[in-house]
Design a protein around this ligand. Sequence first.
Ligand code: ADP
Ligand code: GLC
Length: 478
Amino acid sequence: MSIAVLSVASECAPVVKTGGLADVVGALPAALGAVDVDMRVLLPGYPPVMAALAEAGGGEVVLQEDDLFGGPVRVLDGRVAGILMLVVDAPHLYDRPGSIYLGPDGRDWPDNPERFAALSWIAARIGHEGIPGWKPEVLHCHDWQAGLVPDYLAQRGGGAGTVLTIHNMAFHGPAPADRIDRLRLARARYTAHGFEFWGHLSALKAGLTLVDRLTTVSPTYAGELLTPDFGMGLDGVMRDRRAALSGILNGIDEEAWNPATDPMIAPYDRPAGKAANKAALRREFGLPESKGPLCVVVSRLTGQKGLDLLLEALPALLARGGQLAVLGSGEPALEDALRAAAQHRHVVAHIGYDEGLSHRLIAGGDAILVPSRFEPCGLTQLYGLRYGTIPLVALTGGLADTVINASPAAMAMGVASGVQFHPVSAGALALAIDRLCDLWEDRKAWARMQRNAMAQPVGWQGSARAYAALYRETARTA
Ligand code: ADP
Ligand code: GLC
């Protein structure tokens, strides 16, 4: 018997994406379909989502609210990009241009608490009463945007089982405490054991304290979340809930990221096929020939990602004849610093968001650098593995779980697939870059690592089974 699951999220690739969350939410329905999970995705009706739904023939109205945080809401049932979706059509909350989280001033929309409380409210209603012909047995909530689901479900007297996946503990979804009533939350839960966080409401903490089961996106990050260094002030809560927590590693969409069939590159199925892509990349960016490896980065530009450390360690790469090509957008100071670094003829920075270029960089680069201070899972190192682009990563979170470090033992056994460094500092990164360049100069060792990387499993198979097992343990209908 298949199990019905409603995935509740603020982004879903390919329709609306700001980061890896969207990739994962978009990949899960197909991955889980293969292990007998009937998954639908509940998504806010931002303009691109409404447009995609309209293009797919519109949706059927399955649920309505006359007034949810200041306006009427309809829930539309439809199929977009092959994914069964329930779209929350609430123009007063979602019909806005630009970023899905930020206003034109670059700050969070002031009503973000209401915008995502509405998503959670609708999820809870569906978890309680279902929609015509379908009732979820599990509500799978993603990050703070779905953190209030268990509170709203409890108010209704329960329904589906609840799972919350933490993709990033850095974002708590805070709201001023005086919005408790407006957000239709129970005052009794405004305590240190509930959703109170230093005098504010925290949507993430609400979820962490009430959900049936908690997961995060790698086993190492699951352990890290119990510590003050990574718990972002919620490590105590995580320790309390340790028994409910597990780490399930993300996979990648193996169709979209398949070097043998990728329409955005010159396809290849052996490392040798990378040469044409590297040459094309050099031409595209006017990069001269060089002795060392061409290193690439595809990243949001935030403190999390450690690109300031990379800029500090950059001389180590250039001294070895290496090159750097970065694609990213985010914090203005980091964007400026990258532009400044790109004055060097062996450095390129493309500031912006560009799906096609991300494929060309990962196909054409020799190595992909991910020097994150913390990384719940990380996807670009997985793309790197699949494309034979050697990952050089910080030893943290999912980066620790997915790359086999070129230690002397791993090299002797011929199993290494990349390079890891620790601690996460510019000094350690510079040493790791040196190690990468040594490996690069040893052509046989490098070729072996490329073959290992391309053979490493990075799909959803194992993790889909893990989620399915978790859903079965959590499933409930009343
Ligand atoms: P995070 O979710 O923390 O940003 P992940 O590595 O999990 O990190 O996922 C990032 C996703 O966003 C990947 O699919 C990556 O290719 C993509 N990405 C990030 N920045 C850009 C960009 N500037 N252009 C295109 N894709 C990007
Ligand atoms: C978050 C994390 C990233 C993870 C992604 C998908 O954005 O920063 O490490 O891969 O979510 O789970």
